[in-house]
Design a protein around this ligand. Structure first.
Ligand code: 6PG
Length: 254
């Protein structure tokens, strides 16, 4: 596994623009030889601006959306129009632009009562759409992840059952913040990805980011440390506020 790359940006807007640029560049480079590009999008608040940029002409015009398939990293067990829904955020920020063909966005139907059934159904969709495998797991070309103040990523929460899952690709997880059950991609499928980019901004994340990047390796307590793709690259796109506690920031100020 190659060493994680740390990129520090002056503010969330610069961070989001850099992430949008990366998405468009990777999609363009991948679609030429392989014919398709397969990415997974996190929820929460940080990536919203990235998704808005991808919907804007300056980036959207450079993406072959008919060849790009988008999946969710995780979803809360709420209806798709609920304020807590990750799908709702992605729909408002990106899908409402109409640029992404409906068949090319793969939503986790986490609102149904049977979270395990929703996880199984999503795994079948992943298997049917993503052609490449890494160690038997579907291989995403690019995954955008966030990091919570408790060190979680996706809906892989500290000391949760989902953190220990080594076989299933998608798992019923939770409850997360607010006691909401969730459905999440697991470490095996995340770590099969070719490239994983964490987007972290804000001073409230600084202490946790320092622990995750520079502290002892304790992935059960700090699940973001469990992102170690066997044959893939991890990049951290962080803003100066989130990076303010890093002692050995080897990243480049951008
Ligand atoms: C979710 C996300 C989650 C998120 C982190 C950071 O469903 O909430 O997938 O893993 O990335 O909690 O969230 P913020 O970007 O809101 O800080």
């Amino acid at each position: 596994m190659s060493k994680p790359e740390i990129n520090i940006y002056s503010n969330p807007e610069e961070l989001s623009r850099a992430a949008a640029e990366l998405f468009v560049a990777r999609a363009g480079a991948r679609i030429a030889p392989s014919g398709g590009f397969f990415a997974a999008l996190s929820g929460g608040t940080t990536p919203r601006r990235l998704y808005e940029l991808l919907a804007s002409n300056s980036y959207s015009d450079r993406a072959s959306w008919d060849r790009i398939h988008l999946f969710q990293v995780d979803e809360r067990s709420v209806p798709p129009d609920h304020a807590e829904s990750n799908f709702r955020m992605i729909r408002e920020a990106l899908l409402a632009s109409g640029r992404v063909p409906r068949a090319n966005f793969h939503r986790i139907a986490a609102e149904c009562q049977n979270a395990a059934g929703a996880a199984q159904q999503y795994a079948l969709e992943l298997a049917a759409v993503i052609p490449e495998r890494e160690g038997g797991f579907p291989r995403f070309d690019l995954v955008f992840l966030g990091m919570g103040r408790d060190g979680h990523t996706a809906s892989l929460f500290p000391s949760s059952e989902a953190v220990g899952e080594t076989q299933l690709w998608v798992y019923p997880s939770g409850p997360g913040p607010g006691g909401v059950e969730r459905v999440t991609l697991t470490f095996p499928i995340l770590n099969a990805a070719a490239e994983i980019v964490f987007l972290v901004s804000g001073s409230e994340k600084a202490a946790t980011l320092q622990k995750v990047l520079e502290g002892p390796c304790e992935p059960l307590l700090l699940p973001s440390q469990g992102i170690k793709p066997a044959d893939g690259q991890v990049r951290w796109y962080v803003d100066a506020a989130a990076a303010s506690r890093l002692q050995r920031a080897s990243g480049s100020e951008r």
